[in-house]
Write a protein that binds this ligand. Structure first.
Ligand SMILES: *Cc1c(COP(=O)(O)O)cnc(C)c1O
Length: 431
């Protein structure tokens, strides 16, 4: 018997003292209905809630946990670091080690600055791009999410899309006016925007594989096209690899597709489940950052020694060739099995995936951009989501989030998921 009385009680208490009862909006289950489960612990591919229910977890903290929950070596690295002191606001040895590790796999990263979140990485990269080019405008894609900085909360995918906040109150019009929005996977829209605003655009920022409107790979030639048009207009190309970094390929989308951006933003996996972010790129551009150059950006906890060790341990284990390939191949098998089930039950479903992340969309249309993604039956997704919980599978509570895999998602976890998905579709169809 599946019960969640303790989760419900905790949610009631949280709602009385926290906006919506949560620390980040999607966790409130608004898009899928029902009341959120409160998680007590995790181990490998599995998590357990406060009522004792166990789930195979595909949220993995929205991507960071490439090696699964509470991996022994990651926990040991965190404990060892914490025992020596949690923060100094001074230089520590691990920072350059983490940076060198990233440099060794990401060709676009000649220099890297560590910050505390993906949002902060993106904000800082944009300031740098504007300083370097002396221009103000930026271009972003509909349905891409780059964190919650003012200028990027425009047509911004999952959390924002799910909540139906077309324009976020509190963002000054003058800020939003500097953001040009184009459809994803549409190179001619970028060309038009660049021609219409010649000499005004500092940077084009893009998720090279979109992940925040569900997973949507770039169409053939798209990233190459972006590289060419930005270069010819003197515009910096920023790959936001906060999600794709180490997930679509050990060396990120830039390695997978062989396109080198001017700047790269990172987060999620690079901190192994602790708060961290990073931005980097061409040495000449990064030299503009203080104290080397005039562009100010700082942080009390930046390069935090505990987070750095969690990130290092995660990368050392997770992006080794064979280990990473194993996760990707397990991801492929799960995707196959899920689509066989949907076909068998005549449920229209698209499944998009790259490397170790994927999404399902309940629609007949191939999903290539926000317009096609939003043709999905979100109501049906909600039913499937709610049926999967008692079946022991924990998904992100939105049609527009990715499923993430880890090295701990073994054959048993996958088989459990496939079985639960079969039953959940049946329940949703009869709901
Ligand atoms: C998660 C995400 C961010 C924001 O990172 P936070 O650490 O949540 O601030 C930015 N860009 C992309 C592509 C993301 O997936």
């Amino acid at each position: 018997m599946y019960t969640h009385t303790r989760s419900d009680a905790l949610f009631t208490a949280a709602r009385a003292c926290m906006p919506g009862g949560v620390s980040s909006p999607v966790r409130a289950y608004k898009a899928v209905g029902g009341s959120p489960v409160f998680i007590e612990r995790g181990s490998g591919a599995w998590i357990q809630d406060v009522d004792g229910n166990r789930y195979v977890d595909y949220v993995l903290s929205y991507g960071p946990l490439l090696v699964g929950h509470a991996h022994k070596e990651v926990v040991a690295a965190i404990s060892a670091a914490a025992a020596k002191g949690t923060s100094f606001g001074a230089c520590t040895e691990g920072e350059a080690q983490l940076v060198q590790k990233v440099q060794s796999v990401m060709p676009g990263v000649e220099r890297l600055r560590l910050v505390n979140s993906g949002t902060e990485a993106v904000m800082s990269a944009l300031r740098l791009a504007r300083a370097f080019t002396g221009r103000s405008k930026i271009i972003k894609c509909v349905g891409n999410y780059h964190g919650h900085a003012d200028c990027l909360l425009v047509e911004a995918g999952s959390g924002v899309a799910t909540l139906g906040l077309p324009d976020c109150p509190g963002v000054p019009r003058s800020t939003a006016e500097n953001t040009l929005v184009v459809p994803f996977n549409d190179i001619s829209a970028v060309e038009q925007a660049l021609n219409a605003h010649a000499g005004e655009v500092a940077a084009m920022i893009v998720e090279p594989v979109a992940g925040n409107m569900g997973v949507i790979p770039p169409v053939a030639g798209y990233l190459e096209g972006l590289r060419n048009v930005t270069q010819s207009h003197g515009v910096l190309l920023i790959f936001d690899e906060v999600m794709t970094g180490f997930r679509v390929h050990p060396g990120g989308a830039q390695t997978l597709y062989g396109i080198i951006p001017d700047l790269t933003t990172l987060g999620k996996v690079i901190g192994g489940g602790l708060p961290i972010g990073a931005y980097g790129g061409r040495a000449e551009i990064m030299a503009q950052i203080a104290p080397e150059g005039p562009v100010y950006q700082a942080g009390t906890l930046s390069g935090n020694p505990v987070a750095v060790q969690a990130g290092l341990a995660t990368l050392e284990i997770g992006i080794q060739g064979e280990v990473w390939e194993g996760v990707a191949s397990q991801t492929g098998s799960l995707m196959n099995e899920l689509s066989v089930i949907a076909k068998h039950k005549s449920v229209p479903m698209q499944i998009n995936g790259v490397g170790t992340m994927f999404s399902i969309f309940f629609t007949e249309m191939p999903v290539t951009d926000w317009e096609t993604a939003s043709s999905s039956d979100a109501d049906f997704f909600g039913k499937v989501f709610r049926a999967l919980l008692p079946g022991g599978v924990h998904l992100a509570p939105s049609q527009y989030e990715a499923w993430f895999m880890s090295i701990a998602h073994d054959t048993e976890a996958v088989a459990h998921t496939v079985d639960a998905f079969d039953r959940a579709l049946e329940i949703a169809l009869n709901d």
